[in-house]
Design a protein around this ligand. Sequence first.
Ligand SMILES: *Cc1c(COP(=O)(O)O)cnc(C)c1O
Ligand code: SF4
Length: 336
Amino acid sequence: MTNQIASDINSKTWQEQLSTAVSHPSELLAILDLPGGLLAGALKGDAEFKTRVPYAYISRMESGNPNDPLLKQVLPVDDETLDVSGFTMDPLSEQDSNPSNGVIHKYKGRLLLIVSGACAINCRFCFRRHFPYGDNQLAGESFQQAIDYIKKQEDIHEVILSGGDPLAASDKRLKKLVEALAEIEHLKTIRIHTRLPIVIPDRVTAEMLNWLTGTRLKPVIVVHTNHASEIDNNVASALRKLKRSGVTLLNQTVLLKGINDSADALANLSHKLFQADVLPYYLHLLDKVKGAAHFDISEQKAQNIVRELMAQCPGYLVPKLVREIAGEPGKTSISV
Ligand SMILES: *Cc1c(COP(=O)(O)O)cnc(C)c1O
Ligand code: SF4
């Protein structure tokens, strides 16, 4: 680890670590001692979706390895500019279930709030590459409108904070939101879908534990991890801290070609997650978003991988294989 990286991780707050994130491919290549020949393709991908990766995440990559499974999630490549049939700008058609600004109500009993359009990291395979969610967020008067909408929908028992990454918002703002939600009697659970504790483990602050566990709502966090190497000691200790405070911890993974497309890779991930007090939840087939076709795994290959995983792991370490299909009333489970 270079001194620059060590000092970033050891002496900066999570907000400072967010603001010093690497945002140019040439810097990423230089830090990791990678061949300059990768730059031309990286610049093409970067022109479509900006590079963004904090030092804390880079610190877990292997220097000199262009196939590092963490690097491949964040380094733009030429292939992102390919036009592949079936891969579109808005594969989930989420505009159709948008009753109020920042609210996505697609599934029965639970509802999603877009708390922040920002992410700590730009994952190359993400559907967000075409949707910064800039104008569909819970800010200003949208906040009260969303609360009013939830109050009227008495069958909703769970609110999911999503984004972007909801934990990119300040603890002050999140505390206010959770307090307002706790006053709605029919709500029972507050769930947070986030990658931040994985990307910058210092995001798990004492203040965060306060608003998250000081509410009558039952707290659940679903983190997003794709490879065992993402879980270093700092990440594991942040996750254990959440668990010890009473938060239910689950993980979702996206199945990605060249990154985690084997039973061994997924078994290692499940075991590492379990050591950090997290249970696997979903294994997603890639959303067919334009620019991500080079990560796609066929449904049949995915089924084979999960079958093999079932033979290697106890049932509680096998995530459920799913795909999101626009218009369906929930994630579509793929049988194996
Ligand atoms: C994934 C998702 C949920 C939550 O689904 P669960 O199956 O409860 O995890 C809710 N709303 C939307 C729009 C989603 O994409
Ligand atoms: S929404 Fe999640 S997968 Fe997409 S860029 Fe942000 S952190 Fe990565």
